[in-house]
Each structure stands twice: as structure tokens, then as C-alpha cells.
Design a protein around this ligand. Sequence first.
Ligand SMILES: NC(=O)C1=CN([C@@H]2O[C@H](COP(=O)(O)OP(=O)(O)OC[C@H]3O[C@@H](n4cnc5c(N)ncnc54)[C@H](OP(=O)(O)O)[C@@H]3O)[C@@H](O)[C@H]2O)[C@@H](O)CC1
Ligand SMILES: Nc1ncnc2c1ncn2[C@@H]1O[C@H](COP(=O)(O)OP(=O)(O)O)[C@@H](O)[C@H]1O
Ligand SMILES: [K+]
Length: 505
Amino acid sequence: MRNELLSTAEMAEADRLTIAAGSLDGYGLMQRAGEAVAALVLARHPGAKRVHILCGPGNNGGDGYVVARLLAEAGVDVALWASGEPRAGGDAALAAAACTLERRPLSTLTAEAGSLVVDAIYGAGLSKPLTGDAKAAVDIVTGMNLPVVAIDLPSGISGDSGEVLGSAFRAALTVTFARKKPGHLLLPGRERCGEIVLADIGIRDEIIDQIAPRTFENRPGLWIANLPAPAVDAHKYKRGHTSVFSGGPSATGAARLSALAAARSGAGAVTVLSPANAMQVNAAHLTSIMLRKVDAIEDVDDLIGDRRPSTFVLGPGFGIGDKARDFTLAVLAKDRQDGGVEGLVLDADGITSFRNAASTLYEAAGRPDAPALIMTPHEGEFGRLFADIAGNKALSKLAKAREAAQRANAVIVYKGADSVIASPDGRAAINSNGAPWLATAGSGDVLAGIIAGLLAQGMPAFEATCAGVWIHAEAGSRFGPGLIAEDLPLAIVPVLRQLVENTVR
Ligand SMILES: NC(=O)C1=CN([C@@H]2O[C@H](COP(=O)(O)OP(=O)(O)OC[C@H]3O[C@@H](n4cnc5c(N)ncnc54)[C@H](OP(=O)(O)O)[C@@H]3O)[C@@H](O)[C@H]2O)[C@@H](O)CC1
Ligand SMILES: Nc1ncnc2c1ncn2[C@@H]1O[C@H](COP(=O)(O)OP(=O)(O)O)[C@@H](O)[C@H]1O
Ligand SMILES: [K+]
């Protein structure tokens, strides 16, 4: 399965290029779209007593008129409700003319229990909040709890941001075309779509290649080719060495969670870097993971010269302040070339420590040959570092992550139930395989460790981050109820096995 996501503008461009290529005209695409939806309605609801089809004024409504005609021809009892009139001469007007069913104004909508609703009011062209007859229709259908099949998007959901504009349907099934859109995966859109079916309407892969989308659904196909597997002649340091900075004596657990996760994700060697006063408590809880005393920048330099760790995690349980900033900048000052430091995963307190010194961090990360910087902020941490971006209501979560990545010269994971991963080179991916079981203390520490572990094994920063987010989410979702962060490092093992065996996509 291909992983590209198309913005609504890119989808319109795909439409235009397909028509220009001469294989199908706009009306032909609309027929194919309507046929796909009608076939799914018949397959999923063979016993539907009555189907109400709600058509808007644009091409989404045009798809609806095609569905109405096809279902009526198949013997289904169809009621057709229209909001506005399609533009004369357009494809939707042609589709409406080809449908001879009686049309009633959407503002007079009534439905009966047990009936099904096909939502063809607005799709990719949604341009403002739902009002009037469309909003009233949402209220009626939602109030009656009728099952809804949405064409392209549930009306009221923005295809680009996943936001609800005014109000929106909650669909049981959403049928979209060619590729998913960001609004199918970003919340609350994802929840409003129900099951998402992708229908082929004749927009060829070459057309999508021409558009070269920069946004992806985060699935293994995006990074599986880069997933590390140990070479026959591997030894522990060749498999990558990750070091994790520990906090003081009363805050060491978070670093150990990260360290364990880095080890489980395949780093051959992992070291916890501990302040002297926390050595004893760390030592009491570590077995295969190594331990080294690090109190000052010279200790970091010695470690790098000596044991050559290629990746670092800084932040989990570390404490906020000068020390976090100094250590971060010391790591970022190293070179990447010739077996140097590949990258730093900055999480939690590491991120917060730069709230008043952000430009120093971004400059350090932007130096040519600097280690890759990966930051994993949750909502609160994101707002602390990127207050203006976070507060910009015109930007979707996807656009916010992208802008932050570009500004910070860093790969950003904007965490949450719909985590977005963005690279400074403009690529971005939206994750959708998580589950609320992951909302447990220490879960983010594990994520930071997985990413650092994959990065240490030579995976490029964006791919390692996407893989880390997916593996973490998959492990947590599969584990389900009762999950605590301590379970996660072990829970990633069956997920990794399936990835290595290529039995999960
Ligand atoms: N691209 C493709 O490849 C294919 C696309 N196809 C289908 O086309 C759909 C996109 O069609 P579309 O561009 O005509 O947009 P659509 O969603 O029908 O709405 C536009 C109309 O609604 C109006 N309007 C919007 N919001 C409103 C509001 N809140 N309240 C009131 N009015 C509002 C808007 O008005 P305006 O913004 O101009 O003021 C305009 O009149 C797409 O989702 C898919 O189903 C398929 O046929 C197959 C191939
Ligand atoms: N409702 C949810 N659905 C899916 N994933 C979630 C949900 N809530 C949190 N997560 C994931 O769990 C992790 C929590 O990380 P974080 O907020 O840093 O927690 P902590 O600081 O306790 O480690 C993130 O990877 C986040 O994406
Ligand atoms: K719709």
C-alpha cells in the first residue's frame, strides 16, 4: 500500500492532471467515485430499508447524485435531499440531471429509524463552518443515531486539518479516493471518519508521483527498507551504542526506561550516564545496561572519545536548567562524520530547558555536520518551545510540526493520540496506530529510547523517528489494558519480530 497523503489542493491537482492526461474526464472520475460508494453501500448494508442521500452544491454532491441513481437502479428505496443547486454546466449538474429521482430540500429532512444516510454534502471543498440546512441535518442524523456513509470526508471535517468546522457528521464508514487526506488521520477527524476505505477511481500512481507529496501515513512501508538488522559479523559496538543521561538520585527511573528501550530496539550497547550521587541507585537496577559517572562536560567528552556512543537521549527525569542546556550543546558540538555522534534525542526536561534559549539550540542543530537533533515534545512541551506556532489557530497540527521542524533544524515528534513526525527537509508523517493505553507515565521515555536505539544502528533520523513512533504505538495498542511503561520495552519485541520477518505492513 502506498503511504502518501494528499492535501485537498494536491487532490484537486491529481484530478486536473488525470483529466489532462486524457484517460478520464471530470464526469468520468465522478462516475467512478459514485460507483465505488454505491458498491460499498450495497455490500455493507444489503438489508437497508431506506437510504437517505444528502447532496451538497459541489462535486461531493455530484458523487451523491451518482450514488442515488445507482442505488435506485439496484432496487434500493432512495430518498434524495439537496442543499443548493450544482453550478450549471459542471460535472455535478450533469450527475444531478442524470438522476431522475425526486429531489427534496435538505432543510425539510426527515428520516426513519433503521434507515441509512449517505453524506454527500461537502467533501474536499469545505470552505467554512457548517450552518443552516447542513448543520440541521447533522443534528437530526446524529440525534437519531443513524449509520452514516460519508463520501470523501464526513461533512464538516476539514480534509487538511481534521478539524470540525461548526459541526460534523460521525460516519461509520468513509469512502475516499486515490489517497487519504491528512484530515482522515488527524484528530478529531480520524474519529469522525469511522472505517476508511480507499477507492481506486483511475488516478494513476504516476500522477501522484508527479505531485510528489511530502506528507505520509506513518506505516512500515515508509521506513521498512531502512530498518536495521545485524550483519553476520556484528559485534556489540557495531550494532550501535546509545547513551542515556540520568537525573539525580530521586529521578533515575526515566533514564533507565529509555535505556532499556534502546537496548530492546537493537542497539548493541547502552550506557546510562549518571551523576555521582545517583550511581548507587542506578547500579542497583541495571544489569546488561552499562553505567558511567558523568557530572561535567569533560566527562561527556571523555566518554565520547573513549566509548564512542553514536546517539544520546537527554531529558527523561533529567531536571530543567543549565546542566541540561550545557550537556545538550556539548553533544551537538560534536561532528557526525567519521564515526562521530549521529544524533541526540531531546525529550521532556531537555526540551523545557531551552524555553528561553531556543535560538542557541536551533543554531547548534543547524551547524553543518552537527548530530541530528530529534525532539519529542508533547502538547505542553511543544507550547513552551514554539509558543507562537502553537498559538496560531490557522495552522493544523501537521503544519505546526512542520514549521517547528524547519525552525529548529530538528526532526520533531509532536506527540499525542495523533502524533505528527516532521523533518526539517519538509517531509512529515501522521501516526494513527496508537491507543489511549499509551497515556501512562514513562511512555514517552520509552519512545525516546527506541528512537535513539534505531538511530544508533544507522537508520536515518526521520525514518528512525517514524519507525520508533510506529513501533511504540503498535506495542502499546497490542498490549492494551494494564499497560505500564515498564511493559513497553518487552512489548516491542513481537512487533520487531514481525517487522524483521516482513509479516506486518
Ligand atoms: N478531486 C478529485 O479528484 C475528485 C473529487 N470528487 C469529489 O469532489 C469533491 C470536491 O468537490 P468540490 O471541490 O466541488 O467541493 P465540495 O466539497 O463539493 O464543496 C464545494 C461547494 O460547497 C460550498 N461550501 C463549502 N463549504 C460550505 C459550507 N460550510 N457552507 C456552505 N457552502 C459550502 C462551496 O462554496 P464556496 O466555497 O465556493 O463558497 C462549493 O459550492 C470531493 O470531496 C469528492 O467527493 C470526485 O467526484 C472524484 C474526483
Ligand atoms: N490517547 C493516546 N492515544 C495514543 N497514543 C497516546 C495517547 N496519549 C499518549 N499517547 C502516546 O504516549 C506517549 C506519552 O508520552 P509523554 O506525554 O511524554 O508521557 P511521559 O512524559 O509520561 O513519558 C506519546 O508517545 C504519545 O504519543
Ligand atoms: K461528505
